[in-house]
Design a protein around this ligand. Structure first.
Ligand SMILES: *Cc1c(COP(=O)(O)O)cnc(C)c1O
Length: 375
């Protein structure tokens, strides 16, 4: 006779290949730290890309409970999903409306960031039929050359103020190119152009700073700050100590421990050769989980505070670690090693992978068992 397995047979905490712990109290503490630096104005939270990979449906309510009233997402889809979670907050959509989607924005009370005259025109056409003025953000390009009105478009808008009829201009905004580099002259150049451009338009509250921009000082604060990555633990200022709390802790599970010696090699491509007796732990995560393949022979994990380097190539579902120096009693099938956390931060992993903490966070994969603490 065959017994049906029951759901209780599988316990992800005990069995998942890796456990991702997300500390909502740390997110809130990071938001408070940023909000506390503002000379004036409100502090929003950017929760695009599912809260930088950490779960917007968890992060945003925790921040709302802490007093955050303004949230930015990238797309309409993200806005509609977040509206279900946050019925009251002001929700802004950075991409603005695609042609034909304006009524969906209004129906879900999403505030579009309008990035060109075409988006303004379509939104204004809807506003003409709407019972009350439609809240609107207008994005001015000051150097990113990606989205936002060019100086020429700003002048056309200024010359034809009827283009804004029926719109309630909540903010004019722009976005900094290199805010994490405090000495980069682009920061002041963009600030100057932003002030010049917004002076040509009807008076409105302003928003310029991303998370790093807040750390550039009060001239950059205006009426609304838009921090993202710093809330999730990424350092705001390049080359300076990180005042933010780490939010993620990623622990990978050891599947096997083995003793090897020269002339053996490890992994695809035999990219690491052993030169003497070595203990290798094989851990159950890989590039399919967003553990970037560029960390092959470069990344590190930690066991009980001891650094254990990644040796050989990162494969799809596995990494191999040189655990020779780690305490032997912590090395057994089922034991967890620290992959990200206070010992090896998101920024540490980013540096070893030649990328930025943002990409480490947004790559955190769906196979990890997610545990939320705090909030
Ligand atoms: C992503 C984004 C932010 C947040 O930037 P961080 O560097 O994560 O603080 C702010 N404003 C705009 C327009 C963005 O696209």
């Amino acid at each position: 006779m065959v017994t049906e397995p029951s759901d209780t047979d599988y316990d992800p905490e005990a069995h998942a290949g890796a456990v991702l712990t997300i500390d909502l109290d740390a997110v809130v503490a990071n938001w408070r730290l940023v909000a506390g630096k503002l000379a004036r104005g409100a502090c929003a939270a950017v929760v695009k890309a599912d809260g930088y990979g950490l779960g917007a449906d968890k992060v945003a309510p925790a921040l709302a409970a802490a007093g955050c009233r303004h949230f930015f997402v990238a797309s309409l889809e993200e806005g509609v999903a977040l509206r279900r979670v946050l019925p009251e907050a002001a929700l802004y959509v950075l991409h603005g409306p695609m042609p034909g989607s304006d009524t969906v924005f209004a129906a879900h009370r999403l505030v579009p960031v309008l990035n060109d005259l075409g988006q303004i025109e379509a939104w204004q056409r809807l506003a003409a039929t709407w019972p009350e003025p439609l809240p609107t953000v207008i994005h001015l390009d000051t150097g990113m050359s990606r989205l936002g009105l060019s100086p020429g478009e700003v002048d056309r808008l200024a010359a034809e103020p009827e283009r804004l009829a029926g719109l309630s201009l909540a903010y004019v905004m722009s976005h900094l190119v290199s805010a994490e580099e405090q000495d980069n002259p682009l920061n002041r150049q963009q600030l100057g152009l932003f002030n010049d451009l917004r002076a040509r338009l009807p008076a409105a509250d302003a928003s310029l700073a991303n998370g790093s921009g807040v750390f550039l000082g009060p001239d950059f604060h205006f009426d609304l700050a838009r921090p993202g990555a710093v809330l999730y633990g990424v350092a705001p200022v390049a080359g300076a100590p990180n005042p933010m709390r780490q939010v993620v802790r990623l622990q990978g599970r050891i599947i096997q421990v083995r003793d090897v010696d020269s002339p053996q090699t490890v992994g695809y491509g035999a990219s690491h050769s052993f030169t003497g007796p070595t203990t290798v732990a094989t851990v159950a995560l890989g590039y399919a989980d967003g553990y970037l393949r560029h960390l092959s022979n470069r990344g590190s994990c930690f066991v009980d505070g001891v650094r254990v380097p990644v040796i050989g190539r990162v494969s799809m579902d596995l990494i191999t670690l040189d655990v020779t120096k780690a305490p032997a009693d912590r090395l057994f099938p089922g034991a967890l090693v620290e992959v990200l956390g206070d010992s090896y931060t998101v920024d540490d992993a980013a540096a070893d992978a030649d990328t930025i903490g943002y990409e480490i966070l947004t790559s955190l994969g769906p196979r990890y068992h997610r545990r939320y603490v705090g909030g």
